[in-house]
Ligand binder design. Structure first.
Ligand code: PA5
Length: 466
């Protein structure tokens, strides 16, 4: 199987192929100067020490060695690793682990190929409690991942787990089962690690949560799970190389960003990512967060109010052909679809010809499941195109760490380029602060008394319960 070589096929975005709903050659060339300007700004930002995710593919081999050493230590004492983290501190590890070990990975016990990875990504007690019930605490390690070190969901999970571990195994053994991944200098986890000897890794200050899967945030859990993190980084480095050109049509990340923004400006407010592989659904969820949190912004860089953003939707082929496709085919012309197709599924099942006299079944006999799902992907993209519904495909040769590294880097760079085209800051997330502060107020955190009062004023109570 080809180890890497992701390609972007955008034929079904073009007016000459799908008609008036498509982009013309002039539309695309018209975007080129904006891309060139945004490219220059990104270069300046990177030079100025921002956009740290661009440096992750080439990060130091000492750090990688330390990660692998830590992973080896944890695997020697535990079979399972539970990631305590949320959002950007959780989704990347899930995406890669699900892609490589499969959506059914929990159905098997840990084996020689690496630890089982559980990722909490929520503080919902029903789910988190069930997760803790599933693991054997003595044979489980916990990675507490929070760049800020103050996220309530993650910190509450940590407090619950720490007490459980200490009660069951004593303080020393509890600490052996913990690893912190956080800001290199500040925050509560750093504070705790000053007094308690816990293994700790830093997240580069210039790498935000949703851009951090190739930092220790993703690499440590993935190394514990037995994945080839070096190969993941190599794939990302290869894509970084392929995305060096400032020229729109020679740079897949810039082209992807320009297509999305070009269609967004024409009223396509929804971007659906639809991989034709169940194991890639986590990647679609990772991308949804990256795209939503990076681009959904009230203010432009010049301070004007813009309220921009394209809503990402995670879908799955062929499953959603029987769920959402009807809407995509005939509903409002407000969507752009990004398909992810696989050249090679890594395994295949041939379909036997059991009923040669039943035409509706016999055409399947002698073919294979991979042939079927690949035909369905082609047929769906063509059917949409025939109705003037634009889409493009990321063609993945197969699923490997290298390919995932390529896709991750491609989408991260495309996201910051889209931010440049929309003239907003794709690295911050001011909109999520208010709900955090109001929760602090409700939970009685010191210093948030004002928010507690604000909450009382905002809360409609049960007045409109039917
Ligand atoms: O992408 C982001 O910045 C966010 O989704 C964060 O990752 C998320 O809020 C968790 O933050 P932290 O890592 O500080 O706990």
């Amino acid at each position: 199987m080809a180890k890497r070589g992701v390609k972007l096929d955008y034929a079904y975005c073009l007016e000459e192929v799908i008609g008036a709903q498509g982009l013309s050659a002039q539309d695309i060339s018209g975007l080129a100067p904006q891309v060139a300007r945004a490219h220059q700004r990104l270069g300046e930002q990177h030079q100025g020490g921002e956009l740290g995710f661009m440096d992750l593919p080439g990060q130091s081999s000492e750090l990688l060695d330390a990660i692998l050493e830590q992973a080896a230590r944890l695997s020697s004492i535990a079979d399972d690793l539970v990631v305590l983290g949320i959002g950007g501190s959780a989704l990347g590890a899930t995406a890669v682990d699900m892609a490589l070990k499969g959506a059914l990975r929990y159905a098997q016990p840990a084996g020689p190929e690496g630890m089982r990875l559980f990722v909490a990504d929520n503080s919902d007690p029903r789910f988190f409690g069930a997760m803790l019930d599933r693991v054997d605490l003595e044979r489980t390690a916990f990675a507490v991942i929070s760049k800020s070190g103050s996220t309530a969901e993650t910190m509450s999970q940590f407090l619950v787990v720490k007490e459980l571990l200490e009660r069951r195994l004593g303080k020393k053994e509890a600490l052996r089962r913990l690893v912190f991944i956080t800001d290199p200098e500040k925050g509560n986890l750093r504070l705790i690690a000053k007094d308690e000897p816990v293994a700790i890794f830093g997240v580069p200050p210039n790498v935000g949560g949703r851009y951090s899967v190739l930092s220790p945030v993703g690499l440590l859990p993935l190394a514990c799970a037995g994945h080839d993190v070096q190969a993941l980084l190599e794939g990302a480095a290869a894509m970084a190389e392929a995305c060096k050109s400032p020229e729109l049509t020679k740079n897949p990340a810039y082209l992807l960003a320009a297509l999305n923004v070009g269609f967004y400006r024409r009223g396509r407010n929804i971007l659906v990512m639809m991989p034709y592989a169940t194991d890639l659904f986590g990647l679609a969820q990772w991308f949804a967060q990256l795209w939503a949190e990076s681009l959904g912004k009230a203010q432009a860089l010049d301070g004007s109010t813009v309220n921009v953003g394209q809503t990402p939707v995670a879908a799955m082929g062929a499953t959603d052909q029987h769920s959402q496709l009807q809407l995509y085919m005939e509903g409002p012309q407000d969507k752009l679809i990004m398909f992810l197709t696989l050249g090679n599924y890594g395994r295949d099942l041939s379909i036997p010809d059991l009923y040669p006299r039943i035409d509706a079944l016999s055409y399947l006999g002698g073919r294979s499941l991979a042939e079927l799902v690949q035909a369905e992907a082609r047929a769906t993209t063509a059917a949409l195109a025939s109705q003037g519904r634009p889409s493009y495909s990321l063609r993945l040769p197969g699923i490997s760490p290298e390919v995932l590294g390529e896709v991750i880097y491609l989408l991260e760079l495309a996201t910051v380029m889209a931010g440049g085209l929309l003239k907003i800051n794709p690295l911050d997330q001011p909109g999520v602060e208010l709900s955090k502060k109001l929760s602090y107020g409700l939970m009685g955190r010191k210093g948030f008394e004002q928010e507690a009062k604000q909450m009382e004023a905002l809360d409609a109570g049960d007045n409109y319960l039917v």
